[in-house]
Design a protein around this ligand. Structure first.
Ligand code: S3P
Length: 174
């Protein structure tokens, strides 16, 4: 069995990045390893709305989703000792990043468009439910480039195993 590191921190570790870059998978395992609580902002949004992300987008629209997302990350930003996985679009509102930066270290996970497509295929991602998802991923990445480029801590996960990503995060936070 691997050692569990207990991190003595008041800080949150906040994972941002496009869909399919590994935020939830990595965040969950990282939290276990560090003895911290893992939260996924999309899960909290689904609980608050009592609907899946897909249903929220289909029935209420993206603006409603973004408002809920802002509410949720603003609450999470007040807490400490969490590993937080965010939705890929959390960067679109500056106030979200400000809230999450308050008690948190922000780490950007990235991956190539092809790898992202590979990872999200067969999952419910309303924004990628289009005829040419690869092109949509490329377009959204281009549109969001300036929003993702806000942190010095950046890990390209395309060719890494979850363990390797975690090792890189541990180096960043140590
Ligand atoms: C979104 C990413 C999704 C989810 C929603 C919108 C986005 O989260 O929040 O579908 O705008 O990129 P994941 O990044 O966890 O897939």
């Amino acid at each position: 069995m691997e050692d569990t590191k207990i991190m003595n921190t008041e800080q949150n570790i906040v994972l941002i990045g496009f869909m399919g870059t590994g935020k939830s998978t990595v965040g969950n395992k990282l939290a276990n390893r560090l003895g911290l609580k893992f939260v996924d902002s999309d899960d909290i949004i689904e609980k608050r709305a009592d609907k899946s992300i897909e249903e929220i987008f289909a029935q209420e629209g993206e603006k409603y989703f973004r408002d809920l997302e802002t509410e949720v990350v603003s609450d999470l930003g007040q807490r400490t000792g969490l590993v937080i996985a965010t939705g890929g679009g959390v960067v679109l509102r500056k106030q979200n990043i400000e809230a999450l930066s308050k008690n948190g270290i922000i780490i950007l996970l990235t991956a190539t468009p092809e790898e992202i497509l590979n990872r999200v295929e067969g999952t419910d991602r309303p924004l990628l439910d289009v005829e040419n998802p690869l092109q949509e991923i490329k377009d959204l990445l281009a549109q969001r480039k300036e929003y993702y480029d806000i942190t010095e801590h950046k890990i390209d996960t395309s060719n890494l195993k979850v363990k390797q990503v975690i090792a890189k995060i541990e180096r960043i936070i140590s």
